[in-house]
Design a protein around this ligand. Sequence first.
Ligand SMILES: C[S@@+](CC[C@H](N)C(=O)[O-])C[C@H]1O[C@@H](n2cnc3c(N)ncnc32)[C@H](O)[C@@H]1O
Length: 316
Amino acid sequence: MLAVQLNIDCNFKSFRRSGHTFIEQPSGCISMTEVKQQKILQEWRASAPYWERHASTFRVMFAPVTDALIKDAGIVKGQSVLDVAGGAGEPSLTIAETLGPKGSVTYTDAVAEMVAAAQSEAQRRGVTNISFRQCSADSLTFESASFDAVVCRLGVMFFPNPLAALREMLRVTKPGGALILVVWHKSELNPFLHLVTDVLSRYVETPPADHDAPGAFRFAEPGSLANILKEAGARDVRERLLKFRMEAPISIDEFWELRSETSGTLREKLSTLSDRQATRVAQDVKEAVREFFRGGQMSFPAQMIIVNGRKQQNHG
Ligand SMILES: C[S@@+](CC[C@H](N)C(=O)[O-])C[C@H]1O[C@@H](n2cnc3c(N)ncnc32)[C@H](O)[C@@H]1O
């Protein structure tokens, strides 16, 4: 994770109350969950300009995921849909196009810079049936039972308290409405991600992944996210694997630019290397991924997990 400076001095006292750890600092007490949240959001804030720069490539390479999510959620013209942790604007913008002029999407993200990136992308594409709100997934600023469907693509694994966030997403879903979540399947099934981290781990010490901590593979184990969705109170919880080709018209050099810029973890690790080492990492990565590039086209096999549930008819 990117090392970030929080306004928390290690000398401040921490204490536990009602099962939560709090830290005392001059401006008052904050919970450990809040500390984690601030750290994660600072990292996303730093990533936002790069996500904006590479938004069109992400849109194309994740298009099969967006299509699957729209289909599984049963999204049709005229509905109102909430997208949580919408990043640089997808899947919100494609959903807006699917919904037509009588439907609407509400895009949310906790990071102001991501919201701004999504807004300019909407303007650029001339999408008007969309509204934007900066808010955290566990504190959605909407009335209960507001949306026909709530979606979250590649976001829930970064929330400090996924259970609280899923409860909140269910709260704003209409009774009987769908809640759809997409997460990465295991690292070894996704060479787009692991071929880069494998090379880097030869140059930078990499501690084993903590699967309970926020991160890309937190819910890579089948069933793990579905269980939390059940605990949050959803009914008819199901999950399926989505196997697809992650394709985009980019060169190996453009791939390395995208990967090394958009991941906070990679940026942090690369910043610890000498120029010579960083150049060698780039060369090694390009060699490792070469077989997935032909004729100016990237094509990786990829796997994600789609978890789908419905709000109880009598849910509060
Ligand atoms: C991997 S990006 C995914 C963006 C987009 N959904 C997509 O599929 O391209 C994760 C997003 O989660 C947002 N995020 C992280 N923690 C959040 C939270 N607690 N509440 C809302 N958004 C959050 C980040 O700002 C970032 O935009």
